[in-house]
Write a protein that binds this ligand. Structure first.
Ligand SMILES: Nc1ncnc2c1ncn2[C@@H]1O[C@H](COP(=O)(O)OP(=O)(O)OP(=O)(O)O)[C@@H](O)[C@H]1O
Ligand SMILES: [Mg+2]
Length: 330
């Protein structure tokens, strides 16, 4: 199996992610896959919630916070401005409280509570997750490629159903606290049962959305989740650990891509000893990778002579990433 056949044999897997530790090439491989699919006539949205604006970097275009930006035929890239999403989210919650209780403005105590609650990581993650859900449920594209942030964080997103649960519990607690203000709001308050229902409807709506999207993300028939690894000892160890964790969250791994493999043409008895050493070391780790991940390795990607930015470099990398089986081996 190669990455090419992995895509071709399961076209119904329209959600694609590359996971892995920081700086291993997730953004590079996501953009390269997006490019390859788009060149084969698929409509692709590549998106990210990374505040580092790494898609802007790789495409050498400022696309941050601008919605889907067309990069070339069939390829759109989108960088969500997460901070803005968080602010909008807070505002939305304020509005809902105003509506429910008929306040003209949010009383200071409640406002303080909302501010405190929104400083919670769970709140931030929920806002970001909400943005991701918005993107993937629209359904206008053939492929959605989610350029993930580094591993630890990605795990967080993928376990979002659990995080969201926490947040929902928090809202429920907020609702309890709100009862104390019922006295104050008595004159403007609507019928008690109507209020209860509104809140419950809201919570159910949120829960349904989470369940729908976490079903998508953990469904190996609809989602391809590839792991990026490089031939280095610590990375291999960490990747094995991560794979175990992902299994715990029921996130199936669809295969591994080995990035930054030194090109074989550097191998020569006249090469400087430094280079010969590096190559020998990589060969050892490539053997370890084979032992650890074996047939799950779908591609080997060479270390290029420079950073991968711009469509020209991406195209060159795509030829290697989507090489036919056999051609792809180092
Ligand atoms: N095969 C390669 N050859 C040369 N440079 C590469 C290769 N793969 C990645 N790079 C470079 O390595 C750097 C990190 O890659 P990239 O941004 O894709 O990693 P990442 O996993 O997305 O990082 P982060 O975890 O910060 O999101 C970039 O400058 C990229 O151009
Ligand atoms: Mg990245």
């Amino acid at each position: 199996m190669s990455l090419k056949t992995a895509f071709e044999s399961q076209p119904e897997r329209r959600y694609v992610m590359f996971g892995g530790k920081g700086g291993l090439g997730k953004t590079t491989l996501s953009a390269t896959s997006a490019f390859w699919l788009a060149s084969h006539g698929k409509r692709v949205l590549l998106f990210s919630v990374d505040p580092q604006a790494s898609l802007s970097d790789i495409f050498q275009r400022d696309i941050f916070g601008k919605g889907p930006v067309k990069i070339m035929d069939n390829l759109w890239a989108q960088e969500v401005d997460a901070d803005r999403r968080i602010r909008e989210y807070q505002e939305e919650i304020r509005k809902k409280i105003l509506d429910m209780y008929g306040f003209d403005r949010v009383p200071e105590e409640i406002d303080n509570y909302i501010s405190a609650a929104s400083a919670e990581p769970a709140m931030e993650e929920s806002a970001i997750f909400d943005a991701v859900v918005d993107i993937i449920v629209q359904g206008d594209y053939d492929y959605y490629i989610y350029d993930l942030v580094p591993l630890g964080h990605a795990l967080y997103y993928l376990s979002m159903a659990k995080v969201y649960d926490e947040w929902i519990n928090k809202i429920t607690r907020l609702r309890e606290e709100m009862r104390q203000y019922d006295q104050v709001a008595a004159t403007m308050r609507r019928d008690e049962t109507v209020q209860e229902d509104q809140i419950l409807t809201e919570l159910t709506y949120i829960k349904d959305r989470i369940n729908a999207s976490s079903r998508i993300l953990t469904d190996s028939n609809r989602t391809a989740f590839f792991f990026v690894v490089v031939p280095e000892e610590m990375i291999i160890l960490d990747t094995r650990k991560a794979a175990t964790l992902f299994a715990k969250f029921d996130v199936p791994i669809s295969g591994y891509v080995v990035n930054r493999v030194l090109p074989p043409e550097l191998r020569s008895p006249t090469a400087p000893p430094y280079l010969q050493n590096r190559i020998a070391m990589q060969e050892r780790y490539l053997a370890d990778i084979k032992t650890a991940f074996g047939a799950q390795v779908l591609a080997y990607v060479p270390e290029m002579e420079r950073d991968v930015t711009g469509l020209g470099m991406i195209e060159r990398l795509a030829r290697r990433l989507f090489a036919h089986e056999g051609e792809a081996r180092p």
